[in-house]
Design a protein around this ligand. Structure first.
Ligand SMILES: [Zn+2]
Length: 336
């Protein structure tokens, strides 16, 4: 497993620590150097994959993590940080005269996120903070084409690791800016671009600020940071030979074995699920084509633009209710 980079606030609340990353510590892993990290990349057709990129050096991390001060504007503040999910936005490639545009882009991302259950159900239990990160120049690197270079606060760039849509940044710098918010449960970094792109880091999701479809990335990433859900896509590895994964939405057991052992989602087998079809044990999950099973054909943990399946929805709901310290939300019927 990757070293945990989860924010203390998250760990303290025992929201799950699993996040983007294929945990490539297995015999079938492609050879990678110790200085490699895995990011999630998002295709425009909804497909999700893992891409290895060079990890920053310790010196780079230290330099970027130095404290920085920035103004924080609430998009919405619904309660005290102890009983809310604190979603923190940072921006890159927005100059001091473009902060209104940045705020508009954040509002659009939030609107996209909250079209999907359970975010739609619990949106009034999120605090949404906008850290006004000011960049010297407008735009991000390699946008619209390779070779374009901009001086920006978070160093965002397309064509990360040779992949056009993979929008990387200085993760430590994003964390340092986000720390200006009253609390941090998850960081979303929006870049000043209209080009489709994004990336999933351990603690940060990136999305192109001016591209509507990029907002779907956040729906998936919060499945990790709120629900502790595993990815349900099945690349890059072939056959899984390890033990039962800890995440609630993947298993090494077939449907028959789930039933006989009363394991994981056995009680829901055969029932309709919001993402279509019925709950089962579908082979191919958590970076492996064979030997691991997912609960439904195509949930948002497998492809962007989809719904959570019943297992994901139930877990997300439980975690959110624990976070906001309610057993039920008055007047709201949880979706699904
Ligand atoms: Zn993922």
């Amino acid at each position: 497993m990757r070293p945990s980079l989860r924010l203390a606030a998250l760990a303290a609340l025992t929201l799950a620590a699993a996040f983007a990353g294929p945990a490539p510590a297995s015999a079938t892993s492609p050879a990678t150097s110790p200085a490699t990290q895995w990011l999630e990349a998002f295709a425009e057709d909804g497909g999700i994959s893992q891409i290895a990129v060079p990890a920053p050096s310790a010196a780079q991390r230290t330099a970027a993590a130095a404290a920085v001060t920035a103004t924080v504007t609430p998009l919405q503040q619904t309660g005290s940080t102890g009983t809310r999910f604190d979603l923190v936005f940072v921006g890159d490639g927005y100059t001091s005269s473009e902060l209104a545009l940045y705020h508009q882009h954040v509002a659009e991302k939030w609107a996209t996120l909250t079209t999907l259950a359970p975010y739609s159900t619990y949106k009034n239990y999120f605090n949404v903070w906008m850290v006004d990160v000011v960049s010297a120049q407008s735009g991000v690197d390699n946008d619209p084409t390779q070779g374009i270079s901009k001086n920006t606060a978070l160093g965002m760039y397309f064509w990360c690791s040779g992949t056009e849509r993979l929008l990387c940044l200085d993760e430590s710098a994003a964390q340092a800016y986000a720390a200006n918010a009253p609390a941090v449960d998850m960081i979303v970094a929006v870049g000043n671009s209209t080009k489709y792109g994004g990336a999933g880091y351990s603690t940060v999701a990136t999305a192109s600020g001016g591209n509507a479809q990029s907002g779907l990335i956040v729906q998936h990433e919060l499945g990790h940071s709120i629900g502790g859900l595993a990815d349900e896509y099945d690349t890059p590895y072939n056959r899984y030979a390890g033990g039962e994964p800890a995440e609630p939405n993947v298993t090494r057991y077939t449907a028959a074995q789930l039933t006989s052992g009363k394991r994981k989602w056995y009680a829901l087998l055969g029932q309709a699920t919001p993402d279509g079809g019925v709950i089962g044990a579908y082979e191919g999950a958590r970076y492996y084509k064979y030997g691991l099973y997912r609960p439904s054909q195509n949930s948002v943990m497998r492809s962007l633009g989809q719904q959570f399946n019943t297992i994901g929805l139930n877990v997300m709901t439980q975690k959110l209710l624990a976070k906001i310290q309610l057993t039920t939300v008055t007047g709201v019927v949880p979706a699904g």
